[in-house]
Design a protein around this ligand. Structure first.
Ligand SMILES: Cc1cc2nc3c(=O)[nH]c(=O)nc-3n(C[C@H](O)[C@H](O)[C@H](O)COP(=O)(O)O)c2cc1C
Length: 243
């Protein structure tokens, strides 16, 4: 069993709700899976570089060739810049392919995911990287994704700002397109209630939300294996192209 744990809050664990929740998940998971492999990325301390033109040029060449598994991509590299881009990308792809559970800590920044997480997503989503070349099925169909979100305000069903939550639909669409069948979302809401006077009356709701998130995270960390509720899907390119 392998847990890939990725944090993207700009704050340290002392101040970050999402980091404390993902830490709770990781500690629980590790105590239940003492022989499991645990990989942690802190995208704030160790950011994934933004894409350069050599990345996209290599990606286009790979797309033209048809489905190319990652171990065959180096044969298509033409420049030193492409070599560097691929050296930054391949280890991240290998980690995601090897993970049984992917745990994401996702603070809400301006209604969406942090740029540090988006940089990881853009780099790791390389053409053909998650498609079984023999069957065309997604290699991530049995991967479980747990998204742990923290947001200063409230965006739950029926709240005035429900439609401002661009984290949940985005990540649901993204992992769905990659062929992941089991994605869980946990949210700690109103994390700024103790800080902002205008939200002070919502402190009890904030405490309830955090307590619920802790319970959900602990329960999810104790589970393993994919749900069988949805049929497998082949991953598709997010721009609508095939491959
Ligand atoms: C750059 C930035 C942008 C933010 N944007 C929003 C926002 O759009 N909506 C919101 O409810 N909270 C927003 N917040 C508050 C955070 O979502 C909140 O502090 C959350 O707890 C951050 O996660 P963390 O505690 O894991 O760092 C923002 C905070 C920062 C630093």
């Amino acid at each position: 069993m392998t847990l890939l744990h990725i944090d993207s809050s700009a704050d340290t664990a002392d101040d970050s709700v999402s980091r404390r929740l993902t830490g709770l998940f990781a500690n629980t998971w590790r105590s239940r899976n003492p022989t499991g492999r645990y990989v942690h990325h802190d995208l704030c301390a160790d950011p994934v570089p933004a894409l350069g033109p050599a990345y996209t040029a290599l990606g286009r060449r790979v797309e033209r060739e048809g489905p190319v598994p990652p171990d065959k991509v180096s044969a298509l590299i033409e420049t030193a810049a492409e070599e560097r881009e691929w050296a930054l990308t391949l280890p991240l792809i290998a980690e995601l392919r090897a993970a049984h559970t992917v745990l994401l800590g996702v603070p809400m920044y301006n209604f969406a995911v942090p740029a540090s997480l988006k940089a990881w997503i853009d780099r790791v989503t390389f053409p053909g990287a998650y498609t079984d070349p023999d069957t065309g099925e997604s290699l991530l169909r049995d991967t479980r994704v747990v998204v742990v979100m923290a947001r200063g305000g409230g965006y739950g069903p029926g709240t005035p700002r429900e439609s401002y939550d661009f984290q949940t639909p985005y990540l649901r669409a993204y992992f769905g397109e990659l062929g992941v069948r089991e994605t869980h979302f946990v949210a700690a809401e109103l994390t700024l209630a103790g800080l902002l006077p205008q939200l002070a009356h919502l402190e009890p709701l904030s405490a309830d939300s955090l307590a619920r998130a802790r319970t959900e995270v602990t329960a999810l960390a104790g589970l393993s294996g994919p749900a069988e509720s949805e049929p497998p899907r082949a991953p598709r390119r997010l721009d609508g192209c095939s491959g």
